[in-house]
Design a binder for this molecule. Structure first.
Ligand SMILES: Cc1ncc(COP(=O)(O)O)c(C=O)c1O
Length: 411
């Protein structure tokens, strides 16, 4: 079949005239295919899915109730543009209650249609061709993808176990720092589960001031903090002079599909974000903003989500340690990031985490997500579907039984 006339029109940023012709299969597609194969090969064996990266429960009933009421109000029908005051105030109140951070709701908070969209838009505020965006890896790549769309370059800061999963800011070459405009960090970190410390954030503020760059801290997982109290970047002196923090109701409030979050911090940076946003979307449905405001006002919801995923992670850590893994409780997120096995006694060796992950899914119907960006690690998510604690325990038992049928090596 000949190419359509527009084949030559695709922009270089998505592959140029070769767009759609690539044969590379990406990680998540490989996992999907392996899952399908495991189900076809072993139809009677339950697929144990630690690969899912999204909450397993609906938004709380109280939030759905507010939504049901708001959806019928005519005043909520129209374009929301950069958001309604109720949501901004609820976000500012939440920042004060959770982290002791004072924000002016009118000028220092702006909603977004999920934090993904905010991370996609923020590079438009800063990145010109040739500029550098500093980003931690492994991680959520969206800001980097968009920085590259604008002609920028991503300079990767590996999160290594030997550096306690913090980026080595001191090791960044001077010529990179000179061109760097953005530093994107994410704590609690996905996928490593590391939580930030006050000292680290203070270092980031100093680094930003010394090198004239803007900080974007992705706080999508912040409710899921198990080590110490949840910490906001903005609670550190000087942070509001250098950056913004991006929050989300997806993970901590079981509102993944509702698409609501906010950007907060320095008012001029928030304004720049809202100007770009204003040219991309017309705001989230006002009923959703009002339901989200009700969710943010609840002290119980984040506590419940946190307690559930902490409980599940503890069970997972104990079980995996009994099977030869050497893992410890993550500081935050619903992910456990643990060293990948190097092979199986009397069986295959694994060159990387991807091979280990493929083995576990094809041989044992246990789905994980491999990360090979900074060492070989497997990510286990505790967002599996289990109706109650007994179901969680049964799932752990079955996983343990299957893992003990093989003897994993970790040298
Ligand atoms: C680290 C991180 N940041 C941001 C997001 C985006 O979340 P949302 O767009 O649902 O707010 C995710 C979602 O997986 C994430 O893991």
């Amino acid at each position: 079949m000949s190419d359509p006339y527009f084949q030559k029109l695709f922009a270089e940023r998505i592959g140029g005239e070769n767009y759609g012709k690539g044969t590379a299969i990406y990680k998540f597609e490989k996992i999907k295919r392996a899952k399908r194969k495991a189900l076809a090969d072993y139809p009677d064996r339950q697929l144990i899915d630690f690969g899912i990266g999204e909450n397993d429960e609906m938004a709380p009933e109280s939030v759905r109730k507010v939504m049901a009421e708001e959806i019928n109000k005519p005043e909520n029908r129209g374009y929301a543009d950069n958001g309604v005051a109720e949501f901004k105030k609820a976000a500012a109140d939440y920042m004060k209650r959770m982290f002791g951070v004072e924000l002016d709701a009118a000028t220092e908070v702006n909603h977004c249609i999920g934090s993904k969209t905010a991370l996609a838009m923020l590079p438009a505020c800063f990145i010109n061709p040739g500029d550098i965006c500093l980003m931690t890896v492994p991680g959520y790549p969206v800001a980097g993808t968009h920085a590259a769309y604008y002609g920028g370059t991503v300079y990767k800061l590996p999160l290594l176990a030997e550096n306690d999963f913090f980026p080595d800011l001191d090791g960044i070459p001077a010529e990179v720092k000179e061109k760097a405009k953005l530093l994107v960090i994410n704590y609690p970190n996905s996928p490593t589960g590391k939580v930030a410390t006050k000292e680290f954030y203070e270092k980031v503020v100093k680094f930003a001031k010394d090198n004239n760059l803007v900080v974007v801290q992705d706080a999508a997982h912040t409710v899921l903090t198990f080590e110490g109290e949840p910490l906001s970047f903005l609670s550190v002196p000087g942070a509001k002079d250098v950056g913004v923090e991006v929050h989300s109701l997806s993970k901590g409030f079981d509102m993944i599909g509702w698409r609501i979050g906010w950007v907060c911090g320095n008012p001029l940076l928030v304004q720049a974000f809202s100007d770009v946003k204003d040219n991309c979307d017309s705001g989230q449905f006002i009923a959703i903003q009002k339901a989200a405001a009700a969710a943010l006002a609840s002290e119980a919801i984040p506590k419940q989500t946190n307690a559930k995923y902490e409980r599940r992670l503890k069970k997972l850590v104990d079980m995996l340690n009994r099977c030869g893994f050497q893992c410890k409780m993550p500081g935050g997120t619903y992910f456990l990031y643990t060293k990948s096995p190097s092979g199986v006694e009397g069986g295959p060796s694994f060159a990387n985490a991807e091979e280990a992950s493929q083995y576990l899914i094809t041989e044992k119907s246990i789905c994980t997500v491999p990360w090979d960006d900074a060492g070989a690690f497997l990510r286990f998510s505790v967002t599996y579907v289990a109706a109650d604690e007994a179901a969680e325990d049964a799932l752990m038992e079955e996983t343990e039984k299957r893992l003990k049928q093989i003897s994993l090596k970790f040298d």
